[in-house]
Design a binder for this molecule. Sequence first.
Ligand code: FO1
Length: 321
Amino acid sequence: MSNFQNRHCLALSGGVGGAKLALGLSHVLPVDQLSIVVNTADDFDHMGLTICPDLDTVMYTLSDLASKTLGWGQQDETWEFLEALSRLGGEDWFQLGDRDMATHILRSDLLRKGKTLSEVTAQLCNSLGVKHPIYPMSDDKVSTQVKLKSGKTLSFQHYFVRDRCEPAVSGFQFQGMDQSVPSVGLTEALGRQDLGCILICPSNPFVSVDPILSLPGVQGLIDQSRAPTIAVSPIVAGLAIKGPAAKMMTELGMPQTVLSVAEHYQGRIDALVIDHVDLESKECIEALGLKVLVTNTVMKSLDDRTRLADDCLDFSAKINA
Ligand code: FO1
């Protein structure tokens, strides 16, 4: 157990990378000392269903239902629905497993009946035995639009799944952001007197973390909080462990380095956690005024996840001291 004492940790997470650290945190912190706030700007309406990929990845990961190979959806999945859909000529580019479909159908039904996304998330998590609270970043609709160098704009899932992240990006736009407010779970966590750290999990800075930090009022609440904001770099030795973050950096004219991550978050974080392989970047990141923790940030095993969680909590305790 880290010397984080009985403080509260607010973890900000996107999909796969974030979910891994969220799992590690859930193994080292009791239920009342952890809030996990998840990006919902990847969400989209697909065939009348409201799909929430990052919420589902975190929920499935904490309930041990997550696919061990795909990084999304459920393990031991079957695909009868998708095959039947294909036979009917339906849109099968977004692969929906049979068990996963139950989540989308129930969530969509509850939302249609007037429940908020926070209420639905709490109900689904409760049903799956997830004890640590998972909150959507907002109950309002925010949709990431990917601006392409070709001048076109794609919805996020069209970019990420249908077009397999191939088109070169020039920027991002969060549709609906100005009309959205942070969820109660997020605002309450940020207002806690016992908040020990705001931990940005190793998710894509542009499309998973920025939507959360860009919500009206969130940066102000972060600035008011005494808790340090610590980000875990999703880039290790110039590569994104998973997903298009490194490719996006190149297309945005940024070197694929941990220093680029530090510069992207500069002014919004107090510290950055980087991997041993990026040790030589420590000084130039500290020169930006950031504190740096160098540790193993590649999470292959559950031990890796819990160790990184402990390291981040100890690091925040040292910053708080
Ligand atoms: N990602 C893919 O690359 N291909 C898919 O067919 C796919 C289906 C899918 C279904 C449900 C779900 O919750 C996520 C799914 N994802 C798929 C992943 C999803 O697009 C990404 O995880 C996030 O949007 C990015 O973090």
